[in-house]
Design a protein around this ligand. Sequence first.
Ligand SMILES: Nc1ncnc2c1ncn2[C@@H]1O[C@H](COP(=O)(O)OP(=O)(O)OP(=O)(O)O)[C@@H](O)[C@H]1O
Ligand SMILES: [Mg+2]
Length: 327
Amino acid sequence: MITLGIETSCDETSVALLSDQGIIANKVYSQLEHAAYGGVVPEVASRAHLEKIDRLAAGVLDEASLPIDRIDLIAVTDSPGLAGALLIGISFALGLHVRHSIPVCGINHLEGHICAILLEYPDIGFPFLAIVASGGHTAIYRVDDIGTYACLGQTVDDAAGEAFDKAGKMLGFPYPAGRTIEEEAQRAGSAAGPSFPVARMPGAPGNFSFSGLKTALKYYLNGKDADAVRAERPAICRAFQEAVVTSIVNNCADAAEKTGIGRLALCGGVACNGRLREALRQRLGSQVYFPRPSLCTDNGAMIACAGVNRFNRAMLRAPRMDPGGTL
Ligand SMILES: Nc1ncnc2c1ncn2[C@@H]1O[C@H](COP(=O)(O)OP(=O)(O)OP(=O)(O)O)[C@@H](O)[C@H]1O
Ligand SMILES: [Mg+2]
């Protein structure tokens, strides 16, 4: 079965082709247009998707040397995301459906992030825990099967990736800043530096909060001159990254203990972070799985994977990804 996956929920335009044997082609255009604004501008995102999507689709078919009538299913992100950006991908998918009579399956973007793990570890086995840590979401799910997700906790304010990006802005890094903060933190070595608070949520210990951490960084930087901040930036990045990592590791360890499920998939853009991968493995052991970085950030292959799995199970209703209670 050949599935075309389409992703346009935010600032990556991506189209992929997936067969039963794995990814045939996966093309991603990361919109650099937003860097000048320090964050994603919805209208700019929609226009950029519109300009790129047909060329990306033609590109994957070309790379795979497949005619369009070999596609059995189109999977397209239909929520959550920027309305105008989603509309470009959905309209493109429906256009192909009308012209070529290929069935279309709408996919929840977070389900896509979780399904990225199946591209790397198809035999991971259910149930497993999945932490989705991305630019707009941070949540832990118990995954009993494709389409059956219980949200065990989620952020009550900023997402982990958003916290990295906003910290980066305060430190003078371009958007998005997660990777730059990781690279800068590696330069700190064992130099002395600040430490920042890790929020624990009384009454809802599975939840996350990153806004206090952001405020702590803001107060730490207040009154310091730019040269002093630049000199101290590696140690500040190390401390900031450590606070985010500790929060995620603590909640994943709690979830593993309370559910008795040891297998954990780390998904979403923040899953690219090497320190987070290392710390989770140190705390939870070898049953921590993560996709390669290009499958952690937004991509069409993860959407195709979710689509084909839902199609094979005849599950065409969108899953509930909102909280079913906290730990
Ligand atoms: N090495 C890294 N360390 C920390 N954060 C990272 C790293 N690489 C990428 N990120 C962060 O990942 C985020 C992008 O991930 P992703 O593409 O999954 O988010 P999104 O699609 O914008 O949000 P969502 O999936 O919630 O809709 C950005 O916030 C970015 O800073
Ligand atoms: Mg995403």
